[in-house]
Design a protein around this ligand. Structure first.
Ligand code: HEM
Ligand code: HEM
Ligand code: SF4
Ligand code: SF4
Length: 441
């Protein structure tokens, strides 16, 4: 018998999509029965109360969590999001309902052993409710009390070799696409680099030292499966600089509509789009029109290819990314607050991804950007906003990168151009008397 009536939430148990309400009810019941004899460290009925307070929010159309909450573990300045219910008498099970961020593995590959030990820990010391995963990437353990935080942290680190993720004005938990682990488009090992960067910058992740939050995301190619260009202050997107590799026989299999070579690997099978037409679906859609198919041969003028991935995405068995691979670095993406949404802007068109020298070409860019932003960034100013305020030119100066046409989508249209004094013959010091010698008042 459920603790609270939840008529509104009950409606969300209908329909084909997996119902979070049914799952929560199931979890509430598992805790109520406690067949495993767990010595619950937080209220046994916390999930009932979670459903109860959510039902109340459905009824009122407003949240019932108090503002903010500052909790954590010693040594770290972040990792836990404190939260308290504003109806603690009605829902004592969620009076404390803190969230712990746990740093997920690269590409989110797991073994059941690991997940079992995590769920055992969380059933014992938390609500048993999770978010797999938070939008930044973390495993989210949803709901526990303050005294349990150090206990959970102890078990995570001592028994599971597992650290917390980031929160606050610091480096947040980096995340990546699954990369070379199972994608033939991956231009570098995103899993290895995300793991390296996460370890390299543990201090920046656990102890807030920045003007505001800062995120890394790593995509193996411009398809951007982890959406780095939109959701990270510094985005690493794989690419190549030599030629697209063409298997002409395979191209012709696509052209002949060989069933083993469906366009886009069969992604549009749900609807009849007619037989594959290479002109209409590939060469004609190339954004730079640098391809042509003649006499059963596909030509690509690679010098004019922007590496948009379209042709490769359509004919994955015939076209492959080049062999000289690396990544581009884009900076400044952020959500609207304060001064408008931004996507990443191209800073480094191509950089090598080299594990043998600890990715020094990449860490150098990161650290130069941080040195600048940490000093110049205003309180709670994202990198993207500092770039707007002080200028992209300044970013290029601090990173030691020469300006190049690839840095802009188009040149400026206004003529409010700043010159440095030493670039102008004679400098800025002028004597008006000298001027008057030639020009009467
Ligand atoms: C025979 C008389 C004048 C001629 C032939 C003349 C010509 C010009 C020219 C060719 C420009 C440059 C336009 C450009 O940069 O695209 C200019 C700009 C300007 N002129 Fe004159 N001008 C004359 C008189 C004056 C006078 C009397 C004033 C002020 C009282 C004046 C104020 C300005 C200003 C403020 C600008 C704009 C500067 C800028 O764009 O930053 N001009 N003029
Ligand atoms: C008391 C007289 C004047 C006052 C108070 C005045 C004030 C201003 C102001 C406030 C601006 C805007 C500056 C900016 O956008 O940053 C401006 C621009 C301009 N004024 Fe005047 N102005 C006066 C007389 C004149 C005269 C007599 C001329 C031309 C013969 C002139 C030509 C211009 C031009 C060409 C601009 C545009 C400059 C630019 O492109 O930035 N002004 N003026
Ligand atoms: S971003 Fe590119 S490399 Fe990464 S999983 Fe997606 S398609 Fe593959
Ligand atoms: S990757 Fe894009 S730009 Fe390059 S040839 Fe293919 S379709 Fe054209």
């Amino acid at each position: 018998m459920a603790k609270h009536e939840t008529p509104l939430l009950d409606q969300l148990e209908t329909g084909p999509w997996p119902s979070f309400v049914s799952d929560l009810k199931q979890q509430a019941e598992v805790r109520a029965k406690n067949e495993k004899g767990v010595e619950f460290q937080i209220p046994q009925d916390c999930v009932d109360d979670l459903l109860g307070v959510l039902e109340l929010s459905f009824k009122h159309g407003r949240t019932h969590w108090k503002h903010g909450g500052i909790v954590g573990v010693f040594g770290y300045g972040g990792g836990v999001i404190g939260r308290y219910c504003d109806q603690p008498q009605a829902f004592p099970g969620v009076e404390h309902f803190h969230t712990m961020r746990v740093n997920q593995p690269a590409g989110k590959f797991y073994k059941t052993d690991y997940l079992k030990s995590l769920t055992e820990l969380w059933d014992f010391r938390g609500s048993g409710v999770t978010n797999m995963h938070g939008a930044t990437g973390d495993i989210i353990l949803l709901g526990t009390t303050t005294p349990q935080l150090e206990e959970v942290f102890w078990t995570l680190t001592h028994d599971m070799n597992q650290d917390l993720g980031g929160s606050g004005s610091n480096l947040r938990t980096p995340a990546d696409c699954l990369g070379q682990s199972r994608c033939e488009y991956a231009c570098y090992d995103t899993n290895a680099l995300v793991y390296f960067l996460t370890n390299e910058y543990q201090d920046e992740l656990h102890r807030p030292a920045f003007p505001y939050k800062f995120k890394f995301k790593l995509d193996g190619c411009p398809n951007c499966c982890v959406a780095s260009i939109a959701r990270s202050d510094m985005s690493f997107i794989g690419t190549w600089k030599d030629d697209i590799r063409i298997d002409q026989d395979a191209v012709n299999k696509y052209v002949e509509n060989d069933p083993a070579y469906p366009a886009n690997a069969g992604a549009h099978k749900g609807k009849d789009w007619g037989p594959f037409d290479i002109e209409k679906e590939v060469t004609g859609l190339c954004p730079t029109k640098c391809m042509k198919f003649e006499n059963k041969k596909l030509f690509i003028d690679n010098a004019n290819c922007t590496r948009c991935m379209h042709c490769i995405n359509v004919m994955p068995r015939a076209l492959k990314v080049g062999k000289e691979t690396g990544c581009s670095i884009l900076v400044g993406a952020k959500a609207p607050i304060l001064d408008g949404a931004q996507m990443g802007s191209l800073l480094v068109p191509f950089v090598e991804v080299n594990p043998d020298n600890d990715y020094e070409a990449i860490t150098e860019v990161i650290e130069n950007v941080w040195d600048w932003w940490m000093e110049e960034g205003k309180n709670r100013e994202r990198l993207g906003e500092l770039i707007m305020r002080q200028g992209f030119q300044k970013l290029l100066e601090v990173t030691g990168i020469d300006p190049m046409p690839q840095h802009v989508a188009y040149p400026r249209t206004n003529p409010y151009i700043f010159w440095k004094e030493d670039e102008v013959t004679g400098g800025w010091e002028r004597d008006v008397e000298e001027y008057r010698k030639h020009h009467q008042r």
